[in-house]
Design a protein around this ligand. Sequence first.
Ligand SMILES: [Zn+2]
Length: 445
Amino acid sequence: MKALKQRKVKKLLLVVLDQFRYDYASYLKKCRNYISSIKLCDANSIPTMTESMHTNISTGKYPGKHEIISDSYYDERKKPSLIPFPSMYQNLISLIDSGEINFLSRLAYEKGYLVWCVGGKPKTAQLLTQLEACNVRVLRDVATNKAGVQSIHRRFKKPLEKVIDKQNLREYRAKKLDDPRLDLWVANLAQVVINNVLKDASPWLGIIAFPALDYIGHTYGPASRECITAIKQLDKILFNIFSNPDLNDAFIIITGDHGCRTIKTAIIMDEEKDPKKFIVYKRYADMFVVEDEIPIGSLIRKALSHIILDGGMIRFWLQEMNSIARLVEWLDSAKGLGKYLAKICSSLEKSDLQIIEHSRHRNFGEIFALAEEDVAFFRREWFRASRWKITQGEPLVAGEEMPLGEHGSIWEEDRYVPLILSQKIPERKSYENIDIFNICMKLIA
Ligand SMILES: [Zn+2]
């Protein structure tokens, strides 16, 4: 304890691998020289989605407090409106500005650390750094696939853009995102920042968010050859970054936001605004075929004002509070979603309740249910935003038209990620992703 308190870390690098499941750490073989310990890290909150879990890491708080529940939420004060990510992010920034929530990169910045970040998904870079308190942020623009350099200091922006152009790194050229080359591109951008921004800079906090594993795990499944190949490539990528002389003596933390489960049953709502049924796809070998259609009867529809599907759970907002019993009965029954659900809120165990309590917020939903381990709820808009296509009624090719991996649930495969440290810290009994904030704060205190 004493040793850690006395020594302030001058270079702190936080690497967040999207969808880095707890068992993936064993594939980091080349990086071993930079690893002093690997710990199991629990999200201990739901939904185990990218947005909420990145924010757990950067704020040291659960979703119930930082209010980033998923990629969007339903605000019960503004019925019936779905709040999209930009407004959600604005809300987080006002919580940070008002001092209600701490933010790792901002605190580091205020302590005089040079803060830099490279992210392959703009959302993750945003959730890990605040633009006003970040010296350099490089992120991929979703619409153009180009790297955008953001900086509040002019002396960084232009020269960096020049080097990126010169090295032909401006654009991510591969057509697909579920391709390990996306991480290689992010790594090259990170090397440009390290080589051009960090010269003699001290102290600094660097954050790199790698996205490819998430895309690959969704498409091909978390145990697929494609996924394992991508992790092995990440091992090399990380090794090259860590070997950069500018990272000598850096304290390195590698972690993930959530894991991933293999999906055998996919449930999608026919439409989001005025849903009338759930369509159940079941996997047979390489195909997903429609197995079941579950109508949302008029009584249930009348009782509900909104439904959000989140990978491993389904959340409901009620029109009439007195219709809870009817909805729960429907969820419980085989005619409703019953056979695909592990638990609904009325049948939760004590340990589950604690996890849910961490995420409880007025925008979490009024009733929720947890999917069986191999069942996933897919939001229809995810399909619109990706290359997956739903052709209603037609069989879908697994991995091409229907994703094979999903997260968001309370199950261990989604909840646990590795927490990898390059140097020793005082041992604790257990670790949660909110502890990463505290570990970093102690290192730079
Ligand atoms: Zn993620």
